[in-house]
Every structure is written in C-alpha cells, then in structure tokens.
Design a protein around this ligand. Structure first.
Ligand code: AP5
Ligand code: MG
Ligand code: ZN
Length: 214
C-alpha cells in the first residue's frame, strides 16, 4: 500500500494516519512531523523551516524534497508507506511521481479528507499534542483521560506553535491556493477518493478503510 492522505489543516490527516499505518503495518511519513522534530533538535533544516512554519507558509520545496527522497528510499518502505502533508503543491507531486518512477513503483490510492472550512479553525485551536510520543488530542472531540496529560506516558500536553487562530487561517489560505489543485491532479490519475471528514473520528476511519478495500 503506497498512500497519500490529503486534506486541509485540521482535517484529521494525522489522526487517521495513525489508524491506517497500524492496520497496514507501513511507516507514517509526515513532513510536518519531520520538520517539527528538526526544530526540536535545532538542526539547520529546523532553523530554516521554522521561519516559514510559524507564518503558516510552505517551507521551500528544495528542503522538503531532499528529505522525502531520503525517507522513501529507506528499507522500511518496501511494503509501502503513507505520506501525510506531502505533496503540498503540484511541483512536489510531479517530483514525487518522478522519484517513484525511478524506483519503479507508483501510488495506489490518495485519500482526500473533506471538512467544512468553518470547522477547521476550531479543530486546530482545540488540538493538544504530546511532545514525547506525538499522540494528538482535542479538548472537545478527543480529550485525554486526565486533563493536560498524555494517556500513554503522562507527559504534559502542549499546543503547536502554529495553532493560533491567525496562523491556522493563513494555513487554510495556503492549502486552498497551493494544495487543493492536487485534488484534480490525482483525480486525473484515477487514484483519489473522497471521505467526509466532518463525521466522528471512528466513522471517518471506517470510510477510509472501505475506500482502501475497493
Ligand atoms: P502539517 O504538520 O502537515 O500541518 P497541516 O497540514 O496544517 O495539518 P495539521 O497537522 O494541522 O492537521 P491534520 O489534518 O493532521 O489534523 P489532526 O489529525 O491533527 O504542516 C505544518 C507546516 O509544516 C506547514 O504549514 C508548512 O509550513 C510545513 N510543511 C509540512 N509539510 C510540508 C511540505 N510538504 N511542503 C512545504 N511545507 C511543509 O486533527 C486536528 C484536530 O482535530 C486534533 O485535535 C484532532 O483530535 C481533531 N480531530 C481529528 N479528526 C476529527 C473528527 N473527525 N472530528 C472532530 N475532531 C477531529
Ligand atoms: Mg497533521
Ligand atoms: Zn505521549
């Protein structure tokens, strides 16, 4: 299974990705997570990327393409992978196609999560994440058992620095302008299917599995 999960900020890509990678036993490759990891470690890539991420803008393609190229050529991707947050514009999608061509493989499916834009800001601003294990919570839809603490390891939950109302609005704009053209791009390839992401987390997961099994 070689998959891409597509959708605007706060659509539930990361949340659903966790279920999918568990079911299919494939690595979850999130460019956002990899960039945040680099920021945490203080690498050159992290320092450069942070400037763009804090503004809600895309990090330049060259930085992301190098990282993806290295990641999808690792041994753990031989049975597949799930890309989350990549590609982010048509130029990244054509680069990915060229890279997959070189490896003699292609994408099987692209999951397109659709959510009413009005809901997205509320979802992102009520998100909480665990800095230790990366688990995502939501104070409304998916609260932790103990307020402010991760269910898995008890760490204090944090708010992503780009989850302010202002930055989320900008990220939604960037999605509409630069990322949403990928819907037609993948429709033309015949790999894309839509999922209604405004349903409960469990129902969205069920619909994704139905789409993947077709
Ligand atoms: P990235 O980390 O990819 O962020 P994003 O696309 O903005 O998406 P999010 O992670 O915010 O949302 P999600 O869809 O994963 O939702 P989640 O499951 O957490 O990118 C961040 C930045 O990195 C970018 O702005 C850019 O600067 C840079 N970047 C990354 N990749 C790049 C690339 N390829 N090129 C250039 N730059 C790049 O859910 C959100 C919340 O809603 C959670 O609290 C969750 O619990 C809740 N929730 C989920 N599903 C439901 C549901 N069905 N009902 C109710 N609540 C729900
Ligand atoms: Mg995410
Ligand atoms: Zn945790």
């Amino acid at each position: 299974m070689r998959l891409v999960i597509l959708g605007p900020p706060g659509a539930g890509k990361g949340t659903q990705a966790n279920e999918i990678v568990e079911r299919y036993n494939i690595p979850h490759i999130s460019t956002g997570d990899i960039l945040r990891e680099n920021i945490k470690k203080g690498t050159d890539l992290g320092l450069e990327a942070k400037k763009y991420m804090d503004q809600g803008n895309l990090v330049p393609d060259t930085l992301v393409l190098d990282l993806i190229q290295e990641r999808i050529s690792r041994a753990d991707t031989k049975d597949g992978f799930l890309l989350d947050g990549f590609p982010r514009n048509v130029s990244q999608a054509t680069s990915l196609d060229a890279e997959l061509d070189k490896l003699g493989i292609k994408l099987d499916k692209v999951i397109n999560i659709i959510v009413d834009p009005k809901k997205l800001i509320a979802r992102a601003t009520s998100r909480r994440v665990c800095p230790t294990c990366g688990e995502t919570y939501n104070i409304v839809a998916k609260p932790p058992k103990v307020e402010g603490k991760c269910d898995k390891d008890g760490s204090d939950l944090i708010i992503r620095s780009d989850d302010t109302e202002e930055t989320v609005s900008r990220r939604i704009e960037v999605y509409t302008e630069q990322t949403s053209p990928l819907i037609d791009y993948y429709k033309a390839q015949g790999t894309l299917f839509d999922v209604d992401g405004s349903q409960s987390i469990e129902q969205v997961t069920e619909d994704i599995f139905k789409g993947l099994n077709k």
